[in-house]
Design a protein around this ligand. Structure first.
Ligand code: FES
Length: 352
């Protein structure tokens, strides 16, 4: 369900990125209280076309009864309708529609050692995670390894520097720039699997890390995951969120299998059920959206996880999945925007 929020502040944080803060009315405070790492799905109409995007919340999580700070980082994406709009036209006082914060790439503050490998705008949710953790949990430590193209394109430089000043003994920062040399930090170059496999054990006791948070472009996240697995880290300690999937480099979509031509989808959404025929080649999300405009989605690309639904019966194939963990698919969850029926009858439950 969407709620109207007004833009309270817009700050330019790099040449191609802004931080946008939304005002939260008193009656929506609990609705918009986020767990560090979650994102906000926003909806806006540009030139008559409805645009939906998900943006991670960068602000630390506020504890009740304080007003939640809904500040998101938005980087200009080539051809990205909302990011272009946000950077060029969005103004203080404008209204956008937003869903309550969601997402499972989260860390609730607890004692321990945590680490993150992030690239580009992947810093956004991790900034909220690290800032909340360090301020609320005196027995927690955090190591941030970040990769950016250049210093000028690095988002939230000041906020990260502030963490270093505030928590010198508990916050470790390692930066790598892929396209320029820096006076401190790592030599320039990308953080790929080979480099991380050698680097991580030199930076911190890998086996003692209680949780790893990987966030950014597909190549960096998959490379970091592969390095950690090679270093013996259990998969259950690795949390990941992919921000951009470059279709040329991403894992191939599953081979296309013909769907039965007369499949019927039954779906439950917000307590109401309906059944509809699935049209040729459309995803199950599109089938639902034809009759139920309240079906949840943001990216329609298998990345954000907003369209997650429980497969009650029948079988589906997913074109691609960059959002659900193996435990979730194993438990029966699918991404509706990527799912196509393999059986004449399929039933989804969006409420679980
Ligand atoms: S809408 Fe983003 S994964 Fe389906």
């Amino acid at each position: 369900m969407f709620h109207p929020l007004r833009v309270r502040a817009i700050e330019r944080i790099t040449d191609d990125a802004v931080a946008v803060t939304f005002a939260v009315p008193a009656e929506l405070r609990e609705t918009f209280r986020h767990t560090p790492g979650q994102h906000l799905n926003v909806r806006y109409t540009v030139d008559g076309e409805e645009i939906r995007r998900s943006y991670s919340i960068c602000a630390p999580a506020a504890e009740a009864p304080a007003e939640p700070v809904l500040r998101v980082g938005i980087r200009m994406v080539d051809g990205g309708a909302f990011s272009t709009y946000a950077l060029k036209e969005l103004a203080v006082g404008d209204e956008v529609q937003a869903m309550a914060p969601m997402g499972r790439f989260v860390l609730r503050p607890r004692p321990g050692l945590f680490a993150a490998v992030v690239g580009g705008s992947g810093i956004t949710p991790v900034l909220s995670i690290a800032a909340t953790l360090l301020s609320r949990e005196p027995l927690a430590r955090f190591c941030l390894i970040r990769s950016d193209r250049t210093a000028a394109s690095t988002m939230f430089l000041d906020e990260v520097a502030d963490l270093k000043d505030r928590y010198p003994d508990r916050f470790q920062l390692v930066t790598a720039l892929s396209r320029e040399e820096q006076s401190a930090g790592l030599p320039s170059g990308r953080l790929d699997r080979e480099r991380l496999t050698g680097l991580l054990p030199a930076l911190l006791p890998v086996a003692d890390v209680d949780g790893w948070f990987l966030c950014g472009p597909f190549g960096l996240v998959r490379g970091a995951e592969s390095a950690l697995r090679a270093l013996g880290v259990e998969r259950t300690r690795i949390h990941q969120e992919i921000f951009h999937v470059d279709d040329g480099s991403a894992a191939p979509a599953t081979a296309r299998v013909a769907s039965p031509s007369d499949s019927t989808l039954t779906a439950t959404l917000h307590g109401r059920s309906g059944s509809w025929p699935v049209k040729d080649a459309e995803s199950l999300l599109e089938t639902v959206l034809r009759s139920r405009s309240d079906a949840p989605y943001a990216c329609k690309g298998g990345v954000c996880g907003t369209c997650r639904a429980f497969l009650v019966s029948g079988e589906v194939r997913m074109d691609r999945n960059f959002a659900l963990e193996p435990e979730e698919t194993g438990a029966g969850f699918v991404l509706a925007c990527q799912s196509h029926p393999l059986t004449p009858e399929v039933e989804l439950d969006f409420d679980r």
